[in-house]
Design a protein around this ligand. Structure first.
Ligand code: 13P
Length: 287
């Protein structure tokens, strides 16, 4: 059964570890992340961006697939199905489709509008027992080949949003989606520290988990980060393992073209990287 992310994140914040959010793209991705979580006895959050939801033909398909997989794979660890960077409309669609958690990314609205829309969603999520992630400050990333550094969150704005009763808060602290450029100055721990001081027990979310060095991850957890999002890294290891298979000519040997064989090395590579991250985040054995 899917669960809200609220309880697992409160436990993580208190226990000073982080729960990983791994974004899913298809059946293989989902299966790999669930397998890793079960083998590590770790809670897990499956992230679905609006684009990935569309790719999988819609949020209803995703919710049905994930729910069935939990049963068929006999998954016993806590699993949340979470909309990643949702639009206002996307949030409503996922609530209807049966997601157990949503993120409303209102960071591009004025703080007043972000507060208003988040307030409304807090009420609905509370009624339905879903967890809600809000965002303040933007997460940088690549757009049309240009890497934006994002905007650091204002700790007072973080407090205003946290006080609305969201379950978790994503704050821009110099983190970026995708690969980090060579001249990246690193995470702004001073900002993170100030945010935690204002928001207290609120579990904080670190987006752009790909490529953040282990020591920075550990420091971020010590300053209140209880959820870390990883997407690109799974894509990179999947692509690399698949390329190796093809380059070795394995698809040309026997029935090597069978998708169940062709996609296996990439899928196994996702299982391995997710396990590594769970180890690093400290969530192993915390189910
Ligand atoms: P990466 O793709 O950089 O790992 O970021 C994932 C993320 O933050 C999803 O919201």
């Amino acid at each position: 059964m899917l669960v809200s992310a609220k309880e697992m994140l409160e436990k993580a914040k208190e226990g000073q570890y982080a729960v990983g959010q791994f974004n899913i793209n298809n059946l293989e991705w989902t299966k790999a992340v669930l397998k890793a979580a079960q083998e590590c006895n770790s809670p897990v959050i499956l992230g679905v961006s609006e684009g990935a939801g569309k790719y999988m033909t819609g949020f209803k398909t995703v919710a049905a697939m994930v729910k069935a997989m939990l049963e068929e794979m006999k998954i016993t660890v806590p699993v949340a199905l979470h909309l990643d960077h949702g639009t206002y409309e996307g949030c409503y669609k996922c609530i209807e489709a049966g997601f157990s958690s949503i993120m409303f990314d209102g960071s591009h609205y004025s703080i007043e509008e972000n507060v208003e829309k988040t307030r409304e969603l807090v009420k609905i999520c509370n009624e339905k027992g879903l967890s809600l992630e809000a965002e303040v400050g933007s997460i940088g990333g690549e757009e049309d080949g240009v890497v934006g550094m994002g905007e650091c969150a204002d700790p007072n704005e973080c407090k205003a949003i946290a006080d609305l009763g969201v379950s978790m808060l994503a704050a821009g602290i110099g983190n970026i989606h995708g690969k980090y450029p060579a001249n990246w100055p690193g995470l702004r721990f001073d900002v993170l520290d100030a945010i935690q001081q204002k928001t207290g027990k609120m579990p904080l979310v670190l987006h752009g988990g790909t490529g953040i060095p282990a020591d920075m991850i550990k420091k971020a957890i010590s300053l209140g980060v209880a959820k870390i999002n990883v997407n690109t890294e799974c894509q990179l290891v999947f692509a690399e393992a698949t390329r190796k298979y093809i380059e070795a000519g394995k698809d040309l040997e026997g029935k090597g073209f069978d998708p169940r064989k062709l996609l296996a090395p990439g899928t196994d590579a996702i299982v391995e990287i997710v396990k590594e991250k769970m180890e690093l985040f400290g969530s192993v054995g915390k189910a």
